[in-house]
Design a protein around this ligand. Structure first.
Ligand code: UD1
Length: 379
């Protein structure tokens, strides 16, 4: 039984499901969506782009405080487990749906496989860090994306024989879709490509509470983006949480938020930054892969830009994905305006980015995971 809840979960589960479908006589798989994310652009469009089957079970949990969301998922997911009696639960990533379902399963003595285990930011003010630590402690199979994650798990007392370094399933999805994404017309819609020539632009995404839930911080970031927009066009597909915060803090104008991407005014010299609604997977992949620079606070985008060889400025003081800094194109810049600006300008001047592909980020991670589960008699 697979569990998904939020946008970044969908690209992680897609290659796993596809791999299991290769053995139709051997296993059944059930697909549960908790409904943590529910907007079309945050959920349904990803099912379409990734050709994911419709969920067998939709819990429709929606938003709420951490306790409300986690608690509601647990109550509903336990009923599903009683009814379906799965032999294995596969959870991915670090969101509230991940810990909620892992906790229910482990108490019912159902084995849990955690895909993307062992990542640590060492910052427990981040809700995801708490979810990561707890999920790993109660999982039976811990599949990691990099060797430093193995070390983190060993330090926390996880038995070595439960840890498997398999690479990155999110990159399986990126490599499987990069050619398909080229047929997206998002660059034309945003007037970034004309007659086969692509103008230089930056892509921004922000959704972490530490960046968007405080007016002063969000205001500071939007101001520095407006400064940077004097150097390079900026496209900012904003998470619904960020849009809501911009609206309640009265920062919509500063962000130049346009709900309809067709009505952009990027070409007017005075306004070179555009905030739009979230994009589908393929449109975003197309947009990101032709960008000159990316500024983000997302976890997954730090990894995707590393594979694409695009400089990534991460607006956080730490990362649970240090391999993207050590081997990839990621630079941690925090949310200090001067630092963001000076590093962005220096990256724009010197566009040659390092491009080392981390080990096993090769498109075959799901295959490795399913082989291990079969070998261990779990499938
Ligand atoms: C969640 C994950 C985060 C992940 C992010 C990816 C947790 C603790 N956080 O954060 O790790 O990086 O997803 O996108 O699980 N909202 C909508 N429509 C939606 C979903 C959310 O409008 O479809 C708005 C609501 O106002 C909601 C807010 O976004 O209250 C936050 O949603 P929530 O699921 O709590 O967390 P995210 O910020 O999306």
């Amino acid at each position: 039984m697979h569990v998904v809840g939020t946008r970044p979960n969908f690209m992680k589960v897609a290659p796993l499901m596809r791999e299991i479908f290769r053995y139709p006589q051997k296993f059944d798989q059930l697909f549960v969506h908790t409904g943590q994310h529910y907007d079309y652009e945050m959920s349904k469009s990803f099912f379409n782009d990734l050709k994911l089957p419709s969920p067998d079970i939709y819990l429709g949990i929606g938003s709420g405080t951490h306790a409300e969301q986690t608690g509601k998922i647990m109550i509903e997911f336990e009923k599903i487990c009683f009814k379906e009696k799965p032999d294995l639960i596969i959870v991915v990533g670090d969101v509230n749906s991940t810990i909620a379902c892992a906790l229910v399963a482990t108490k019912l003595c159902i084995p849990v496989a955690h895909v993307e285990a062992g990542l640590r930011s060492f910052d427990r003010t981040m809700p995801e860090e708490v979810n990561r630590i707890l999920t790993d402690q109660i999982s039976d199979y811990l599949f990691t994306t990099c060797e430093d994650a193995n070390q983190n798990l060993i330090k926390e007392g996880i038995p070595k024989q439960n840890i498997f370094f398999v690479g990155n399933v999110m990159i399986d999805t990126l490599l499987g879709n990069i050619e398909i994404a080229k047929s997206s017309i998002i660059l034309e819609k945003l007037e970034l490509r004309k007659n086969n020539s692509i103008k230089k632009y930056a892509v921004v995404t922000l959704h972490r509470p530490s960046n968007v839930d405080n007016r002063e911080i969000l205001n500071g970031i939007l101001n520095v983006l407006n400064e940077l927009a004097k150097e390079i066009s900026i496209i900012f597909p904003a998470h619904p949480r960020t849009i809501k915060q911009m609206q309640s803090f009265k920062l919509v104008k500063l962000a130049n938020y346009k709900e309809n991407v067709f009505s952009n005014d990027l070409n007017k010299k005075t306004q070179n930054m555009l905030t739009i609604s979230p994009l589908s997977y393929l449109d975003f992949l197309c947009l990101m892969s032709s960008a000159t620079i990316v500024l983000t606070d997302s976890g997954g985008i730090q990894e995707e830009t590393t594979i694409l060889g695009i400089p990534c400025l991460t607006l956080r003081n730490n990362t649970e994905r240090p391999i993207t800094v050590k081997e990839g194109t990621n630079i941690l810049v925090g949310n200090n305006s001067d630092k963001i600006m000076s590093i962005a300008l220096s990256v724009l001047k010197n566009e040659n980015s390092k491009k080392k592909i981390p080990k096993y980020w090769d498109g075959k991670s799901a295959e490795r995971i399913i082989k291990i589960l079969i070998k261990n008699g779990r499938l």
